[in-house]
Design a binder for this molecule. Structure first.
Ligand SMILES: NC(=O)c1ccc[n+]([C@@H]2O[C@H](COP(=O)([O-])OP(=O)(O)OC[C@H]3O[C@@H](n4cnc5c(N)ncnc54)[C@H](OP(=O)(O)O)[C@@H]3O)[C@@H](O)[C@H]2O)c1
Length: 331
């Protein structure tokens, strides 16, 4: 088995979760950590018994031993860092949302395809067996024709100006961080992209979207409606409603640990998917499989779908007047 050496850029909250899962991988090895801070790099490396740290992200990108890089910085920095990694010849697993806008995503896709490198969006839910089960139930016609999907996602993150979700310069707000799950999973479950979109939002004084509601109409007649919020403790559930019943993904739906099939108002079947580690293992293993097979992305989260999600978020942003500084929107 070929070992793949991983580097991490941005050892923050989610990078710890990623590292916890990578520790359990047979094929993947956490090889180096890059942080802007010597202390953070050292502390993170110590926790995971990693010998090598860098205090410049570019040094990690230029390390010939590194096979693949996980980028877990705030959204604002995804595009530039991903571009530099690809230019340095590295495969990448990039946190969601891929970029700030679709134009940036398109450039990264073209670059990865030209270089034959993996450029994978880390929308972890898409790689999970739970969503494959939901698709199976839909295909089998368990709930008859699917008519609409409803979901909400959000937490009360508080008002601290320094929190990345409250900071417009880090592309804060609910849509890019949380709404992305409802959009991406709706596209995955419906196998279509919407032909009509309506959005409404409340923006903060600093201009980020504190809560956003979106209605999407799909060409085959289905609807998907979602709310996302960085102010409210949401139900964090998703329900798919058909003529014979519904499929319910309870809190937290994107974590993919349980799917329920309800027929005639009664719980008919529960499918449980306890994670071997924490749910990150699926995207980690699939990224390595794809990189070694010479694929530029996984079929679970293909480039076309990543781009479609970004285009929908561009349209929502246009409707709700959500703009970010040129500095982070530029290509
Ligand atoms: N898949 C999931 O379930 C999930 C969950 C949460 C977040 N995420 C995604 O992961 C990314 C990071 O989120 P997080 O919650 O882990 O963030 P976080 O805890 O704030 O960590 C972000 C890291 O990015 C680095 N960074 C680089 N430039 C920065 C800047 N200008 N300001 C602040 N940090 C900067 C920092 O590392 P150094 O300073 O040490 O270099 C920091 O540790 C986001 O894109 C988010 O959407 C995914």
């Amino acid at each position: 088995m070929t070992t793949m050496k991983w580097g991490i850029i941005g050892p923050g909250g989610i990078a710890s979760k990623f590292a916890d899962a990578l520790m359990q991988s047979k094929q993947g090895r956490l090889y180096a950590i890059a942080s802007r801070s010597v202390e953070r790099a050292t502390e993170f490396a110590k926790r995971y018994n990693v010998a090598l740290t860098y205090n410049q992200y570019s040094d990690l990108m230029n390390d010939n031993e590194v096979d693949i890089i996980y980028i877990a910085t705030p959204h604002s920095h995804h595009y530039q860092l991903a571009k530099q990694c690809l230019e340095a010849g590295k495969h990448i697993l990039l946190e969601k949302p891929l970029t700030i806008n679709a134009a940036q995503t398109k450039i990264l896709i073209e670059l990865a395809q030209a270089k034959g490198l993996l450029f994978q969006e880390a929308l972890w839910s898409r790689f999970m067996p739970c969503f494959a089960q939901v698709k199976k139930w839909l295909k089998q016609g368990e709930i008859g024709t699917l008519h609409y999907i409803q979901s909400d996602i959000g937490f009360a993150f508080g008002d601290q100006a320094e929190h990345r979700l409250n900071n417009p310069l880090l592309a804060g707000g609910a849509l890019l961080d949380l709404g992305v799950y409802s959009i991406s999973l709706s596209l995955f479950l419906l196998d279509q992209v919407p032909d009509k979109i309506q959005a409404m939002s409340h923006l903060s004084a600093s201009g980020i979207d504190e809560q956003t509601q979106v209605n999407m109409h799909f060409p085959k007649g289905q609807l998907s409606q979602f709310s996302c919020s960085i102010k409210a403790k949401c139900t964090n559930s998703m329900t798919l409603v058909g003529e014979l019943g519904r499929i319910h993904l309870p809190e937290h739906f994107w974590v993919g640990e349980e799917a329920q099939l309800w027929l005639d108002g009664k719980l008919h079947e529960t499918a449980a998917f306890p994670h071997a580690v924490n749910g990150f293992e699926y995207q980690i293993e699939e990224s390595m499989r794809c990189a070694l097979a010479g694929q530029v992305c996984s079929e679970f989260m293909p480039h076309q779908a990543s781009l479609a999600v970004m285009q929908i978020m561009d349209e929502v942003r246009k409707q709700i007047g959500l703009t970010y500084a040129d500095e982070i929107e530029k290509i």
